[in-house]
Design a protein around this ligand. Structure first.
Ligand code: F6R
Length: 260
């Protein structure tokens, strides 16, 4: 795992944006896996700035989001399709036909999950997957004790995740209980995983992901098996790590081509 530590979320997000910008410049028709939630907001803002001011071109990029709530149409302000439009897509030159999210209102949800996997494969797989981290160690909405080999499927959100996400809803009773999410097996097939975690509420999950045992109790810990994972942290999120000096040392001694 490559661990990049920055004092604050803003600097960490700029670094993550550089990782993505490099890929988009090197492979203009790349496939990006995207996340929603509070964590990637500054990342999307920085990518929009790079588009505006430095001509970062998204016209040939394809995207697949990790997840979507069941029962919320694209027109619902809490749907993830709405989030992506508001926070990112409207600021860049992406072709909406190339943006994919699971349809949480599909009449046959199980078929929708199977089709989503097929669409990812047909696009050639995901080059880089952006991941936020749940305070319970989830990635996508793959909650603790779920299968570490799962594929895109309908999942039930844990009570902890519903509580965390209720901040984003006016009324906590409105938080959906079901979602469609890429599975852990789907995420593990991405060629590069970029995890972002900010703030003290994530420090426990960050330590479990990087330094704990690989266990479904912390689904993100499976990334220890992934051949290429970059983890971008701010200091509060990194506070529970035991080997901070080692991670700093590694970053300071990178060869030029290893840096972003
Ligand atoms: C969102 C997603 C989730 C979030 C995670 C962190 O698409 O898949 O795994 O990344 O719940 O959420 P925030 O960023 O709101 O703390």
């Amino acid at each position: 795992m490559e661990i990049l530590l920055r004092p604050q979320a803003a600097e960490a997000s700029y670094r993550a944006a550089r990782v993505i910008a490099r890929l988009v410049r090197e492979k203009p028709a790349c496939v990006l896996g995207l996340a929603t939630g509070r964590t990637p907001v500054l990342l999307y803002r920085e990518l929009a700035r790079l588009h505006r001011e430095e001509n970062l071109d998204f016209s040939r990029v394809t995207t697949f989001n990790l997840d979507e709530y069941v029962g919320l149409p694209a027109s619902h302000p809490q749907s993830y399709r709405w989030f992506m439009e508001e926070e990112f897509f409207r600021y860049i030159n992406i072709d909406r036909k190339n943006t994919n999210l699971p349809d949480g209102c599909a009449s046959d949800l199980r078929q929708e999950c199977r089709d989503y996997e097929k669409r990812i494969s047909a696009a050639g797989g995901i080059d880089l997957q952006v991941l936020g981290l749940g305070s319970n160690g989830h990635i996508g909405f793959n909650e603790p004790t779920g299968s570490l080999g799962s594929r895109t499927w309908v999942k039930i959100l844990s009570q902890q995740t519903m509580k965390d996400n209720s901040e984003l809803f006016e009324n906590s009773a409105d938080v959906p209980r079901h979602c469609i999410t890429m599975g852990i097996g789907t995420i593990m097939e991405a060629r590069h995983c970029l995890v972002m975690a900010f703030g003290p509420k994530k420090s426990h999950a960050v330590a479990a992901m990087i330094e704990g045992p690989i266990t479904s109790m912390c689904p993100a810990s499976v990334l220890q098996f992934h051949p290429r994972t970059t983890i971008v942290l701010d200091e509060p999120a990194a506070a529970g790590l035991s080997n901070l000096e080692h991670y700093r040392w590694i970053e300071q001694n990178k060869l030029d081509w290893q840096k972003y």
